[in-house]
Design a protein around this ligand. Structure first.
Ligand code: DGJ
Length: 750
């Protein structure tokens, strides 16, 4: 049983093979924390781990316990105002304006499996033996509000899922102004904080800094998780590296405004909290009503950053992502966006699709521009086909693509509208905007009020009608601007603080409706590239367009940064034309593919522009991906060399039985007579096994490949030609050069 309850000590010990997490009841009935870290053997009580409860000039909440102060106690879900002055986990305001709460432990439940969270994305179990859940119930005697804290600890993976639920069991109407998904106190601040930051076109770059006294935070107030900051943060010990040391990961399963912060107090205690951003958040909690926070995942590893990422990847891939495509290798796709923009005809896109069929592409995706009177300024929201472009409707084009032997997919941006659209003219009240004030535009568009279920239904009906009869296999769901003037005419004044959250609940509900209607559809989420790349989205769309920056060298970095929190199968990554449309850079076609293989692979160009030799290479690339996508997308991923730090990036995937691995090595800029390390030290192999490299005659020991490394020009390596007929030399000469190494177990001693 991975959750122990020790009645005498009033302690709860959650543990699996990796970690322990220990909670106990404080003298005032609130919840305290004793430990979060490497697994400990269970014992009747860990009370001796309790820190010093009091210090000079402390405020004390209970007369009978003069040495007890919340300020100096490690807590589980702290509130502000009764002797704790740090960042609270929640703020609940009473009708008289008081914000003081006194939640005391009243009961608990421990059971196998994990409860559903209706309307919100969440991790799940398929069998009760996969995880154990602890529900802790607390009550505030004055307001009669019940607070339930949920903890699910998974077997076989170092992850605990957490959330909180408030139920107003009293007679007052309350205001919930903060409701974080998790709060953890650590007894020291011996951590480096790692966040994933950027902007459009350069998403999820790791930024590392030591935690210091005070508050360190990242947030989004854009209505989506954003490219600027990601709702995934790491606290690592300063001595932890990629492959060893203590690392804590925190991932919010949510796609809206968020806050992740660490507060180090003057006694070096670190409080980490994560959840919906409390700014502009205020939920009216009427008697009988409940509020459920989104879920947050806590991941712990002693095997460094790679160990932490691998646990999280496994959970996100298998117990957050759902449905038909969860475990299936992803189709090789061809998207027309960079080839045509919005200017196309049925004939021109079929011409592109045909070339795709010729090289072995499995799915053709028609991007933006197929509906309404679509231009840069108009048509969004009018989800009926533009007959001047597709005279035979979506179905007509889908049938023709199917006849070429490919599946058909389509682009939508359901949350948005142009002022110049039939939808806006008919329903100006359907947009988010502040009464009597100017509406800010983003990409010439407004945001629909998805906090209003009527708007969600309206869009759903339009989409279903437009797709009528078409054999759809895939939807790319885009979202191209942040929210401004967040106000809904659907909700009264005292519920405007709910609109940001209700908006994202509306997005989730449209996903649910579409998934229910088309259960085999593959969804790819997108938001001007990777502006809504979060664990919440993976519940609906198992893959996400990583970035609008399709330059291979930029993508080495973006995908490397994404790998800390998200699995390879979730990174939408395509080969695009050169010079690249975002950077103007020309990279070898082989490098473009060598980068894009690591992800949900595809092409984003008109393949008709390639010459015969290039087409021959593209055919080999498609064949390579089909043969290896199970390993690449679902194998165990290791970061090897950080492209943000040096002039080379490298990563690899290893099969579960360790008999096969693929290594990708990427040279950024070439130097002359440089000191670049020639050897790439591999990870995750079987030390006792020998491996052939690209089918070469001699084999290298797994121990040697991990301790010494792989020399790209090693005589034992063969050109990939040996295996796939590719004329790719294992040679890193030249700017933007790259190579792949395919390792296969050889019988010992060859
Ligand atoms: C932004 C996306 O990231 C692109 O891939 C493309 O779909 C455009 N939107 C279409 O407007």
């Amino acid at each position: 049983m991975p959750i122990f309850y020790h009645e005498q000590a009033r302690e709860f010990h959650l543990c699996n093979e990796t970690l322990s997490y220990i909670i106990y009841a404080l003298p005032n009935g609130h919840l305290g924390q004793l430990y979060y870290g490497k697994r400990l053997r269970d014992r009747e009580s860990f009370a001796h781990l309790m820190g010093n409860g009091c210090r000079p000039v402390a405020s004390t909440p209970i007369k009978e316990y003069p040495y007890f102060s919340l300020e100096f106690s490690m807590q589980e879900y702290p509130c502000f105002g009764s002797t704790d002055y740090r960042q609270p986990a929640f703020e609940l305001i009473q009708e008289n304006g008081s914000h003081i709460n006194d939640f005391r432990l009243t009961g608990h439940k421990i059971y196998g499996g994990k409860p559903e969270m209706k309307g919100l994305p969440h991790s799940y179990t398929e069998d009760d033996s996969e995880a154990t859940t602890l529900e802790l119930t607390l009550q505030d005697p004055l307001t009669q509000v019940e607070l339930t804290l949920y903890y699910t600890i998974f077997e076989g993976v170092g992850v605990i899922a957490r959330s909180a639920r408030f139920r107003n069991g009293g007679s007052q109407t309350l205001r919930l102004e903060r409701a974080m998904s998790l709060s953890v106190d650590f007894p020291n601040h011996d951590f480096e904080w790692v966040q994933f930051s950027g902007a459009w076109g350069r998403e999820r770059a790791p930024k590392v800094r030591p935690l210091e006294m005070g508050v360190t935070a990242v947030e989004s107030m854009r209505g989506h998780s954003s490219p600027h900051q990601n709702p995934f943060v790491i606290l690592k010990r300063p001595n932890a590296g990629e492959n060893s040391g203590e690392v804590y990961g925190f991932s919010l399963v949510y796609s809206g405004n968020f806050l992740a912060q660490a507060e180090v107090d003057t006694y070096d205690v670190t409080r980490f909290t994560m959840g919906i951003n409390p700014r502009q958040f205020c939920w009216k909690l009427t008697p009988g009503e409940t509020f459920q926070t989104p879920e947050a995942l806590m991941t712990y590893s002693t095997a460094g950053m790679n160990g932490m990422s691998q646990s999280l990847h496994k959970l996100l891939q298998t117990r957050v992502a759902r449905g038909y495509w969860r475990d299936r290798p992803r189709p090789v796709l061809l998207n027309n966006w960079e080839a045509t923009g919005m200017e196309f005809t049925e004939e021109s896109v079929l011409n592109i699709a045909k070339k795709g069929a010729e090289v072995g592409v499995e799915l053709f995706v028609l991007d933006d521009g197929w509906f309404g009177k679509r231009t840069e300024f108009s048509g969004l929201g009018d989800w009926f086909v533009d007959k001047s472009k597709l005279p035979n409707g979506v179905k007509g084009l889908a049938d023709k693509v199917n006849a070429l032997g490919m599946e058909f997919g389509i682009w939508i941006e359901p949350e948005m509208v142009n002022e110049d659209s039939e939808l806006f003219r008919a329903h100006p009240e359907y947009v988010l905007c502040t009464p009597d004030r100017r509406k800010s535009l983003g990409r010439n568009q407004l945001v629909l009020d998805f906090s209003n279920p009527e708007v969600v239904d309206y869009i759903y009906n339009l989409l279903v009608k437009a797709f009528d009869g078409a054999n759809l296999a895939y939807i790319k769901w885009d979202m191209n601007r942040s929210i401004t003037e967040c106000y809904s005419t659907h909700w009264p004044a005292d519920q405007q603080g709910e609109v940001y959250h209700r908006f994202i609940l509306g997005v989730y509900s449209l996903y649910e409706k579409l998934i229910a209607k088309y259960p085999k559809l593959l969804f790819e989420s997108c938001a001007s590239g990777g502006a809504r790349f979060d664990a919440g989205m993976l519940y609906y769309a198992p893959q996400a367009w990583c970035s609008d920056d399709t330059d291979a060298i930029e993508r080495v970095k973006i995908q490397y940064g994404s790998s800390y929190g998200y699995p390879v199968s979730s990174w939408g990554s395509h080969v695009s034309e050169c010079p690249n449309q975002q950077t103007g850079r020309t990279t070898p076609l082989s490098t473009r593919a060598n980068v894009a293989y690591f992800g949900a692979f595809g092409y984003e160009m008109d393949l008709n522009t390639l010459d015969e030799e290039e087409i021959a290479l593209v055919k080999k690339q498609v064949a390579f991906m089909k043969a290896n996508r199970q390993l690449i997308q679902f194998g165990t991923f290791y970061r090897l060399e950080d492209p943000y730090k040096g002039n080379r990036g490298a990563w690899m995937v290893v099969s579960p039985d360790k008999r096969e691995a693929i290594v990708g090595v990427y040279k950024l800029l070439n130097g002359v007579n440089t000191a670049d390390l020639p050897c790439i030290r591999l990870q995750g192999l079987d030390e006792s096994m020998d491996y052939r490299i690209n089918g070469g005659a001699t084999a290298r020991g797994g121990d040697e490949l991990m301790s010494v490394g792989l020399l790209p020009l090693d005589a034992s390596t063969q050109p990939m030609a040996g295996v796939y007929g590719m004329e790719q030399q294992p040679d890193l000469a030249g700017d933007f050069a790259s190579c792949l190494f395919h390792l296969t177990a050889a019988s010992p001693s060859c």
